[in-house]
Design a protein around this ligand. Sequence first.
Ligand SMILES: [Zn+2]
Length: 72
Amino acid sequence: MKINCVSCGHSIFLDDAYDDFEGPVKCYVCGGLLQIKTEEGKLKSIRLPSMGMPHQQAPQHNVAKAPKEKQA
Ligand SMILES: [Zn+2]
């Protein structure tokens, strides 16, 4: 099956394992991540999961940084 990368427009060939598939596929041309859904070898939906929603969250409050206990 062939899909078109929505990021770079290149054709990406997917093997039979993707005939019924829902999940991320990485474009080997531009390295973009595509969220695809296929059914019976047909592409149902394709989108860029990194677009439209904030994927990278800026490190704000680092809660994991626990203060060290003083050993008296
Ligand atoms: Zn691409």
